[in-house]
Write a protein that binds this ligand. Structure first.
Ligand code: 5GP
Length: 206
């Protein structure tokens, strides 16, 4: 049998865009992807479970993990640490299974440095589209408000540069379908398929 490594998919995007909602809806449908459960120092919210939503750790424990290089990436977000356990990701990819991360943008950039072969999906707020319309149909907003929105949009667009795909989160269902389409397309990419064929030929010649 030809061993093929899994693909690392990273879903990220600006705060409040709905990454968690899209990820949960995706995992209700898709069982082939393996979700990497993050570590966090934030308190558990009601309804959450250790080892299901997160691995909950103290700041000391988290900092020890950073020191021991056990995290693929980590970031501080609203006063708490969040990070991706390195071992789970590497082991799962080695087994040929696809891994899915849902993380904020600073972390996604770190993953990109360590795993440039990963597939980076930027979840974009629909307001960006709306914003464009508003700017085009000027006149209703004060100039200061338009400038503020433009600045925010510009920052968001600049964040997109490091990503392979942009999915607008207008409707959760449609965003999920697009992510699933990306996963399928990535499996059909020539680079990935060709290397598999080459390995197959090597095996049949020996
Ligand atoms: P929440 O506290 O609402 O569950 O998550 C807050 C933010 O942390 C979300 O944007 C979520 O995507 C992000 N996040 C969750 N896990 C990780 C992680 O392992 N690493 C990074 N960098 N961000 C994460």
């Amino acid at each position: 049998m030809i061993e093929q490594k899994g693909i690392l998919f990273v879903l990220s995007g600006p705060s409040g865009v709905g990454k968690g909602t899209v990820r949960k809806a995706l995992f209700q449908k898709d069982t082939a992807l393996q979700y990497s459960i993050s570590m966090t120092t934030r308190p558990m919210r009601s309804g959450e479970k250790e080892g299901v939503d997160y691995f909950y750790r103290s700041r000391d424990e988290f900092e020890q993990m950073i020191e021991d290089n056990q995290l693929l990436e980590h970031a501080e977000y609203v006063g708490n640490y969040y990070g991706t356990p390195r071992h789970y990701v590497e082991e799962t990819l080695e087994k040929g299974k696809d891994v899915f991360l849902e993380i904020e943008v600073q972390g996604a950039l770190q993953v990109k440095e360590n795993f440039p072969e990963g597939v980076f999906i930027f979840l974009s707020p629909p307001s960006l589209e709306e914003l464009k319309n508003r700017i085009v149909n000027r006149g209703t907003e004060t100039e200061a408000l338009v400038m503020n929105r433009l600045k925010a949009a510009k920052d968001e667009i600049e964040l997109m540069d490091a990503y392979d795909y942009v999915v607008v989160n207008d409707k959760v269902e449609s965003a999920v379908e697009k992510v699933q389409a990306i996963v399928k397309s990535e499996h059909c990419k020539r680079e990935r398929v060709a290397s598999q064929y080459k390995k197959l030929l090597e095996v049949s010649q020996s």
